[in-house]
Design a protein around this ligand. Structure first.
Ligand code: ADP
Ligand code: MG
Length: 159
């Protein structure tokens, strides 16, 4: 699937919609993991700003940041307000940015294996192609392309 956005807000909105869908999905046996890759300035962080908003997180994701891993609590109220479907009650959203890392081991040392094995976690990894060898099998890959000044292409490659 491909999405073309013509403004940062549209990219954010796309992230918000996706997050709300995830909250409605049923519980799996492992964390929900997204691998974001593609151009610098392609909109990965912008997308995740909308994504966290959709999860009901008030805090804003920053870019650029020198933080490799940031943990956000997914508010229970927002998650349990989603009607009509079984609610897995996701608890923690992890934002990981591999832009500055040199080896996948740096991510493993942060407890990556445990993080991706907990079904209550939602994990988004920017520059995930840099740690492709440790990304789980079920990763949903999102590829960001800078088309022109205000246009971005997001290619979704499901598992
Ligand atoms: P990345 O995390 O992929 O390096 P960012 O989200 O940090 O990218 O940066 C994207 C930049 O491009 C932002 O400054 C944003 O305002 C700008 N931009 C312009 N048009 C778009 C668009 N359609 N979608 C997302 N960002 C856009
Ligand atoms: Mg970024």
């Amino acid at each position: 699937m491909e999405i073309l956005t013509i403004s940062p807000n549209q990219t954010k909105k796309t992230g918000t919609i996706l997050a709300k869908e995830i909250l409605k999905s049923s519980l799996r046996d492992k964390a929900f993991v997204f691998g974001l890759e593609g151009d610098l300035g392609g909109g990965k962080t912008t997308f995740l700003q909308g994504f966290t908003k959709g999860l009901g997180i008030g805090e804003k994701i920053l870019s650029p940041t020198f933080v490799i891993l940031k943990k956000f609590e997914i508010p229970r109220t927002k998650a349990s307000l989603v009607r009509g479907r079984r609610n897995p009650e996701f608890k923690i959203f992890y934002h990981i940015d591999c832009y500055r890392i040199k080896k996948a081991k740096e991510i493993l040392d942060l407890g990556f294996k445990e993080i991706i094995s907990n079904p209550k976690n939602i994990v988004a990894v920017e520059w995930a192609d840099r740690i492709r060898q440790i990304m789980p099998k079920g990763t949903i890959w999102l590829k960001f392309r800078l088309v022109d000044k205000n246009k971005r292409k997001i290619v979704v490659k499901p598992r």
